[in-house]
Design a protein around this ligand. Structure first.
Ligand code: HEM
Length: 513
């Protein structure tokens, strides 16, 4: 019996080796990668968080296109803009699929386009979002964004120490107004509470696609004491909060529509009206409206907040950049008014500051992984169907062949020679191809107006400790689906009496945009 079993397994082993050998001979090699462990591949190497740095560090040894393997899954990591464009943009018909995220499904994000596979439902949701957030349409939101920037400045003035929360409120209120038509006017507003709770879930749920439960989905069936199940249980406990995000605003807007008390135009109202009007001929249903409106908050608020916070940190650490940008504003706009969107083309250095804030540290540093739909060959390397494709924004933004001294915050790098180094703006902070962020025009306008308004009116500097010494913030980031600087201290003071009155004149500036 023992002999039979031994013979059986020997035969099976030989058959597998032959089969594997044939498979390998049929295709060129996978991209380079570190030596794997038997069976588990590179699983042991992949860290719990900070994947973007791990991928970037590995690329220095294995190249800008490399692979990692975990049981049943090949990951292709792209650390250059060229490779990401070549594959995700130029071959988008085969690189636009997405793996689902077990953790996000457990949390209740089943109708979230971010985790849809490529197909009809994905296209339907993208179309709904595209219609409301294309570049031209986003100009209609400029006045609202300028008003929220105005509120941000007033909040900076009244309580500068709480600047991080003010920026979060700025980003959140823009999303709430556009999605639900609701204007937040008090700190105990229910919408603010809901989005605050959801924000907490998103920061603590791990990176979608690369947390341990997403990599080994069967972990979701194990009890909570079992190692590696943390994110699955966390996600289940968050589900009631995500359900409230999908239901409360929806019912609120429906009620307002029924009673003729609509607060303002919104994404929800626009689509609910279309559904009522076209009824059976309408291409979408209620779950599509709930799903797409939920994703706007889920994807749009923390990312914007994080980008503006990264800018604040850069200003504390690089005062000469701040002074140069402020000199440009004073020279070109004078000191008596706030910048508006129509000033954007005439403030080139400010543009460099905004673009450098995207590049220096990224709000979504490892992107969101795509998945390939077919076998492919790139520069002689084999990319099997079903591979997870990570366009690592961190690696792209730190590419030393493109950016000199990439770790340095240096907006001058983009200026034409001889003033600067004529380096290109970052590509990829909003993703690639058919999955590119549908909210990028809205987000970019929010980031620009916040940065321009703050620079025009406030000086940002190091805070001073009880010992009279300046406190230099550490460059430490917290990473969930987004990455943002750990809370840090800084000193925020109005630049002049003129700034004070500009800020206090409130709506005058907001309406000018
Ligand atoms: C500074 C702010 C933002 C950043 C840095 C950002 C970044 C990203 C990135 C990197 C992706 C992944 C793209 C890919 O897979 O290739 C993404 C996807 C997405 N973003 Fe944004 N985003 C921002 C703001 C917004 C806003 C304001 C909205 C909503 C209006 C939004 C909605 C979405 C959605 C729905 C997806 C999923 C798209 C899909 O899977 O097809 N984002 N974003």
């Amino acid at each position: 019996m023992t002999l039979l079993v031994t013979l059986y397994f020997s035969a099976l082993y030989i058959a597998l080796i032959v089969l594997f050998g044939k498979m390998l001979r049929k295709h060129p090699q996978l991209p380079p990668g570190p030596p794997p462990d038997p069976i588990i591949g590179h699983l042991r190497l992949i860290p719990k968080d900070n994947n973007e740095k791990f991928f970037y560090d590995l690329s220095k040894t294995y190249g800008k296109v490399m692979h990692l393997r975990i049981p049943g899954q090949v990951m292709i990591i792209l650390n250059s803009a060229k490779a990401a464009i070549d594959l995700l943009d130029k071959r988008s018909s085969i690189y636009s699929d997405r793996a689902s995220s077990e953790v996000f499904m457990l949390m209740g994000w089943g109708d979230n386009v971010t985790f849809f596979p490529y197909g009809k439902r994905f296209q339907k949701h993208r179309k709904m979002l595209q219609e409301y957030f294309h570049q031209k349409k986003c100009e209609a939101y400029f006045p609202l964004q300028a008003q929220e920037a105005q509120r941000l400045l007033q909040n900076f003035m009244s309580n500068p120490n709480d600047f991080g929360n003010h920026i979060r409120k700025f980003a959140t209120c823009i999303i709430i107004r556009i999605t639900y038509g609701h204007n937040v006017t008090s700190a105990d507003d229910p919408y603010l509470k809901i989005t605050g709770d959801v924000g907490h879930c998103l920061t603590n749920c791990g990176s979608p696609g690369s947390n341990i439960v997403d990599l080994i989905p069967c972990l979701k069936y194990f009890p909570s004491w079992f190692p590696g199940t943390f994110y699955a249980h966390q996600a289940r406990s968050y589900k009631p909060i995500i359900d409230v995000l999908h239901h409360y605003p929806f019912e609120d807007v429906q009620k307002q529509m029924a009673t003729g008390t609509i607060e303002g135009p919104s994404y929800l109202q626009y689509h609910l009206e279309q559904l009522q009007r076209d009824h059976k001929d309408c291409p979408f249903d209620i779950s599509d409206i709930q799903g797409t409106s939920g994703v706007i908050y889920g994807a749009g608020a923390d990312t914007t907040w994080s980008t503006v916070l990264i800018f604040m940190l850069a200003m504390v650490l690089h005062p000469h950049v701040q002074i140069k940008a402020q000199e440009e504003i004073d020279r070109l706009l004078g000191t008596g008014r706030l910048p508006g969107f129509s000033d954007r083309p005439i403030l080139p250095y400010m543009e460099c500051v905004v673009q450098e804030s995207y590049r220096w540290n990224n709000a979504v540093p490892a992107g969101i992984p795509h998945r390939s739909l077919e076998d492919d060959i790139y520069n002689g390397m084999f990319i099997p169907k079903g591979s997870i494709i990570v366009a690592n924004t961190r690696g792209i933004s730190m590419d030393e062949d493109v950016y000199s001294d990439p770790a340095l915050f240096n907006p001058d790098r983009y200026l034409p020679k001889p003033h600067g180094n004529a380096e290109p703006y970052l590509i990829g902070q909003f993703g690639f191809g058919r999955r590119i962020c549908p909210g990028r025009h809205l987000a970019d306008a929010s980031v620009w107006i916040a940065i321009a308004s703050v620079l025009a009116t406030f000086s940002i500097s190091k805070s001073v400790g009880d010992d009279g010494k300046e406190i230099t913030p550490d460059l430490i980031f917290e990473t969930g689906i987004t990455s943002h600087p750990k809370p840090f201290k800084c000193k925020i003071t109005p630049r002049s009496q003129i700034s004070r009155s500009a800020i206090n004149q409130g709506s005058v500036w907001a309406e000018q945009y």
